[in-house]
Every structure is written in structure tokens, then in C-alpha cells.
Design a protein around this ligand. Sequence first.
Ligand SMILES: Cc1cc2nc3c(=O)[nH]c(=O)nc-3n(C[C@H](O)[C@H](O)[C@H](O)COP(=O)(O)O)c2cc1C
Length: 428
Amino acid sequence: MQKVTTRNFDTPNSFRIDTYIKNQGYEAARKALTQMTPAQVIDEVKNANLRGLGGAGFATGMKWSFIPKDNPKPKYLVVNGDEGEPGTFKDKYILELDPHALIEGMIITCYAIGSHKGYVYIRGEYLKSIERLRSAIQEAHQKGFLGKGIMGTSFDLEIVVHQGAGAYICGEETALLESLEGKKGFPRLKPPFPAVVGLFGCPTVINNVETLACVGPIILKGAQWYAQLGCEKNGGNRIFCVSGHVNKPGIYELPNGTTLREIIYQHAGGILNGRQLKAVIPGGISAPLLTPDQLDVKMDFDSLKAAGTMAGSGGIIVMDDSTCMVWAAMIAARFYAHESCGQCSPCREGSGWVYRNIKRIYHGEGRPVDLKNLPGIVGNIGGNTICAFGDAVTMCISSYVQKFRHEFEAHVNEEKCGLCSKHQEVAN
Ligand SMILES: Cc1cc2nc3c(=O)[nH]c(=O)nc-3n(C[C@H](O)[C@H](O)[C@H](O)COP(=O)(O)O)c2cc1C
């Protein structure tokens, strides 16, 4: 298996520029800047079938092509390193172990879209990532890979690192832009889309850290090489983050289209303590649950969509048969109630309502009407809000109630399900 974004991780001092250069570092940027036109770079990324790895899976080359060429305003590239989706911890590794892969991806992307300024928005807790990226930017400046006249060409680029303050909603691209502009992280109505009216009202591309770390290898080795690593309409590999009840939690770079069974049982070493699998969240907490009968699903954007869930951020959370699903739903609901930005009433009121409802049910205080009302309350959030946070609440919580309704019923009718006593201490 050929590694792409984690290829340098095992090399000592992988985050230093000399190590990166020894391993063909910055050759892709040189090739793009000296041998390719911006349009050719965009075509190469389109043909590679690279899709955004932040969550939505939008075609990357296509997104870049939406930047208007005739708009006289500055263009910006904004990198999403907020990584707030529970179960996701891949961007952190790229930033810490291979920050130059991101910088090189940014140089190529900015060249393709005609931008001379890039921002990297990193979640506040990622102190090491921020420090490593800042010193990598300094190193790149010293070698002439950033600043004025990069590599002797007429192309200029500056990169600014911005530390977020720890709000999940600031990972949503338009809330991120508001936050970067110094305002409260409230998502914007779309349209207009950021490609037309983005940061400071200027055309802006927003991409995830991992997405941009794929760009250098695509330019260096070609679209065909990258496309064939993955599956149809979803080229390349992605970093799967596996957590929960597995023997070997961690990150695994594997081709798009690898089965969930292979990831859990071969790479992550199977279920902890020899127990049985009960449920899996395949793409960050917002992705609807899969059950053991769905383990042969291919882990790519289209196959997971066809299975009624989503590939999302690549965060796989595994739950064994000791897990009370009412408890798990309550933890997810508590997260959403806490992180709702409060701008839209259905989400602000609904997420708290859902949490209080499930909390009552979990503690054996739920009335039959609580369970009866739950699908309606949950269902009225999604589709009625400015951003996709509301949809995430609906998709996530509905899947628990639909697939494990008997456990909710047991909590209402018998006040417990036989699995939940060990969770009590974290439930309040
Ligand atoms: C509530 C919410 C949170 C999000 N959090 C993140 C995040 O932490 N990191 C990320 O890259 N994308 C996140 N996204 C997706 C972004 O809005 C956007 O689609 C992504 O950054 C685009 O980059 P990509 O095309 O490279 O995936 C989030 C979306 C929503 C609705």
C-alpha cells in the first residue's frame, strides 16, 4: 500500500524542512509554479478525483474552479484545521509531523486560484500543531519557498496561522470565516458561497488540512496515479481515525473504498477484550450509526451515502456490546446542546430539548410521551437551520432511536436496560 499523507510520519525529524526536502519536498510546488498553468493544476486535481476530507466530500478541483477570474478583489485560501468533530484526530498528526506537506499544498493551491495570502485556522487546544506549523513557515521563508518571488518565480505568498478559541461551530466554513474576521462564530447564509463572497468579502477557497496535504503528491506523481489508489469518484487514500472499543486505536491511512470490516478487524486489531461489536459511527459523531450487518460497506463518500450514513471526517468510533445506546445518544446530544451556536431557534432550543429528553429517559425518569415525542423534536431541527449543524443533530440522534429503539423503550418501561450502571459517573 502506497502512503500519501502519512508517508513521512516515521522519518525522524519529519517536521523539519531539511528532512522534507530530502524526500522530494517542494518539488511539486516547483513543478506547478514553473511548468504548469493555474488551469492545468486545477485540471490535475479534478482528474485525481480528490474530494474534500473535512466532512462534505466536495470535489476539490471543482471547488477551486468556482473562484471568479474576473473579480479584481484579492483571493484567499483558508485552511480548516479546527478538527472539532468528535472521533477525528488526523489533521493534528499532519500539522505536527509533516507541516511542510500542508505548506506545499497551500503554495500549489494559492497558485491555482490566484491567491497571495493563506490563513490556517487551527483549533485552540492544538498547541503543538500551532508551534510546529509556525516554525515550518519560518523555515520555508528562509529557503525562499514563501514570501516574495517564490523559487525565483514572480509568485508571492504569505501564510498566517490563526488560533481558534475552541468552538465546534467554528469548523463550519462560514462560521470559521466570521471568527477569522474577529466576529462571533455564527454561520452565514449561503448563497453567496465563499468562492464568490468569502473572507473579508473576497473570493475564498476553504479546504481541510488533509485535503491540501494530498495536493503535492498529486502534482508530483500525476492525477492518474492518485485516482487509481482509491475508488471510482473518490481517488486516493484517506486517514481513518479509529477510537472506542478496539484493540489498536489510532490513525490508519488506507485507500478510499476499504471495507469497514478490514479497518476494524485487520488494522485496528478487532474488538477489545474479545467482545462483540454493537455499533459503529463511521465518519465522526454526526454520521448515522452502522450495525454489525453493515460491516462490508466500502468506506468512501458514495458507498457510505448509499448505506444511509456518511464518510464525514473519517472518524470511526467503535462501540461493543457493553454499550448502552441511550447513554451513547445522551452523550452525543449533550455535545450538540453545548455546541449549538444559538443563532437558529430550531437548533438552539431543539438541541437542549433533545438532550433533556434523552437524559430523563436514560435516568429512568422518562415518560412514554418523551419517547413518542423524540423523533418529532429531532426531526424538526434538520433542514430548518442556516448551517448543517442542525442536520447533524437530526441524522445522528435519529439513528440511535431508530436502530436501538428497544433500549430506549427498556429505559422508559423498566427504568434501565441492564447495561448502563457503569456509565453513571459520566452521565450527569
Ligand atoms: C458543524 C460543522 C463543523 C465542521 N467542522 C469541520 C472541521 O472541524 N474541520 C473541517 O475541515 N471541516 C469541518 N466542517 C466542514 C466545513 O464546513 C467544510 O466543508 C470543509 O472545511 C471544506 O473543506 P474540504 O472541502 O477540504 O473538506 C464542518 C461542518 C459543519 C457543518
